[in-house]
Design a protein around this ligand. Sequence first.
Ligand SMILES: [Zn+2]
Length: 143
Amino acid sequence: MNRLLTLFDYRWPNFEPWEVLSSDGMRAWIDKGMFVLNLDALNLLQRTRDLVGYPVHVNGYLGGKRGYRSSRENSMIRNSAEFSRHVAGDAFDISVSEMSTSDLFDAVTDIGWTGVKEYSNWVHVDLRPVPFGNVYRERLKDG
Ligand SMILES: [Zn+2]
């Protein structure tokens, strides 16, 4: 966090800043010069997009909260874990119109994300620190 990254340094061709930052995240960047996303996670998100070959949706609308969220924004989301990788700035909830969440899960599960969780309408990916390479994976359970 608190990395100095200007608009000129922004280098992720398939993701506009508003697509990966919440409104609080955009404000921190524009008003305070704090870029709150983990750059390794953003690089891996771009690699994910390159690998699947289709547009990867993070925030579907301005002010969305599927990429970075402040703790204030996270607390407004029902059932959100008290500590969330989204607040840490290394998580994205992604969806691809051309793929099922099950196929998307398979496509992203072994490319470097250390947390991958399938939900009914999206796949959560993150770069949590994992001891001894124990990657966290959870598939959607039926029923
Ligand atoms: Zn998530």
